[in-house]
Ligand binder design. Structure first.
Ligand code: GDP
Ligand code: MG
Ligand code: K
Length: 299
């Protein structure tokens, strides 16, 4: 491989509680990085860890709403989750070899069927089963979904992790190094803020504006002696006509979007918010990597 061809991508890890997702991330990332994996779930995608080698970077993210549909956030959360699954480069669906199939898995597999993203089945905790039990388990799951790879591992003991990382590496597209090799910064609110703005646009414009619009956070900072938060964001559309609709007559639509979004963002952040919105036409914005980066993962 050419040195210039750095590869990077986003990998979503999903699976029922206690299958070993956090243990896996810890194993891959090591102790260097503070991983917030066990804080209560909200609606946002959460970086669980960033794994960087000389020629690749994998950003592992958690996808709330797929494995714990407990909250009453319902539709919105499912929409966010489903969008995420579409936009990542790879999904790792982790199961516990010891437990086998359960209803939680059925729920997840249904979601997987709604996306084209490649999926690896990760069978964790193989240290807990007899090797004879593995093949029946694999065929049972393969009957339900055409997994791109099936990788048995023990996250706890470290078995087969290298193989899995190599297979992930093969899937990653060419892309930039988003994070310094030794650092993860996570801005918890960014993703949800951009989704709130997007939601207002879609709601107010109805069918005129497609779901494919994106909202990119430009600035999020405290101002005026911590008394308020400034949010600057850009709504990205694909055509000039859409730009006109989003801005509205003398800016009326954009103003309404901003007004409604600001109310929600203030509630989310518990602070007074100044929200400034722009609209930009960008024809090929639907580049997976940049989109996900902008979904709260920038800088
Ligand atoms: P999560 O809810 O999916 O993040 O699961 P955790 O990573 O918190 O793991 C749940 C439990 O399973 C913990 O007690 C882990 O130590 C244990 N565990 C995780 N991976 C393995 C494994 O490969 N083998 C065994 N025996 N236990 C594991
Ligand atoms: Mg966990
Ligand atoms: K799929």
């Amino acid at each position: 491989m050419n040195k210039n061809e750095f590869k990077s991508g986003f990998v979503s890890i999903i699976g029922r509680p206690n299958v070993g997702k956090s243990t896996f991330i810890n194993r891959v990332i090591g102790q260097k990085i503070a991983i917030m994996s066990d804080k209560p779930q909200t609606t946002r995608n959460k970086i669980q860890g960033v794994y960087t080698t000389n020629n690749s970077q994998t950003i592992f993210i958690d996808t709330p709403g797929i494995h714990k549909p407990k909250h009453k956030l319902g539709d919105f959360m499912m929409k966010v989750a489903q969008n995420t699954l579409k936009e990542v480069d790879l999904i790792l669906f982790m199961i516990n070899a010891e437990e086998g199939f359960g209803r939680g898995d059925e729920f997840i597999i249904d979601r997987l069927k709604e996306t084209k993203t490649p999926v690896f089945l990760i069978i964790n905790k193989i240290d807990q089963i007899h090797p004879d039990q593995l093949l029946p388990l694999i065929s049972q799951y393969k009957d339900m979904y055409p997994f791109k790879e099936v990788v048995p591992i023990s996250a706890l003991e470290g078995n087969n992790i290298d193989t899995l990382l190599k297979q992930i590496d093969m899937i990653l597209p060419e892309g930039p190094q988003y994070y310094p090799a030794d650092q993860v910064t996570d801005h918890p609110e960014r993703f949800i803020i951009t989704e709130l703005i997007r939601e207002k646009v879609l709601h107010l414009t109805r069918e005129e504006i497609p779901h494919s619009i994106a909202v990119v956070m430009d600035t999020l900072e405290r101002r005026e002696n911590n008394q308020s938060i400034y949010v600057g964001a850009t709504i990205i559309v694909e055509r000039d006509s859409q730009k006109g609709i989003v801005i509205g007559k003398q800016g009326s639509m954009l103003k309404e979007v901003g007004k409604r979004a600001r109310v929600d963002i203030e509630a989310l952040l518990g602070s007074k918010v100044f929200l400034e919105l722009w609209v930009k036409v960008q024809k090929d914005w639907r580049n997976k990597a940049s989109q996900l980066r902008d979904y709260g993962f920038r800088d």
